[in-house]
Unconditional design. Structure first.
Length: 123
């Protein structure tokens, strides 16, 4: 799912974040906590050459940092492995990005999904 997302939306350049929802579910009997974050964005789909409203779902969140009010993204560092990392304010070296240890907006999770809500119509 991550590689398909990167293929369509690349580094999320010029993406606007307009909603961040955090949900935590606790099963007292099983002593399990499940954390999910939904991030709603307006991003450019490079394969289809159009702007789209997306819902990004980060499930089984292991680490979450949000200390940023300005939510227009220049580039995003995305690492797909056992632990999926989305660093929304990475260190940018022009030709590549790397994770920013002091990032004001970062999510690390075990599962990632996204959904296209609708295409943005030109005004």
């Amino acid at each position: 799912m991550v590689s398909q997302f990167v293929k369509h939306y690349k580094g999320l350049g010029d993406t606007s974040v307009y909603k961040v929802l955090y949900e935590e579910q606790i099963d007292v009997e099983l002593k399990i906590t499940s954390k999910t974050i939904q991030v709603d964005v307006l991003s450019y789909n490079w394969n289809e050459n159009k702007w789209q409203y997306l819902e990004l779902y980060f499930k089984d969140v292991q680490d979450f940092v949000l200390k940023q009010n300005d939510m227009v993204l220049n580039d995003v560092f995305i690492e797909d492995g056992a632990l999926i990392t989305f660093d929304f304010f990475p260190v940018d070296f022009f030709h590549y990005t790397t994770e920013n240890s002091d990032s004001p907006f970062k999510i690390k999770c075990l599962s990632f999904e996204y959904k296209v809500v609708k295409d943005k119509l030109d005004s």
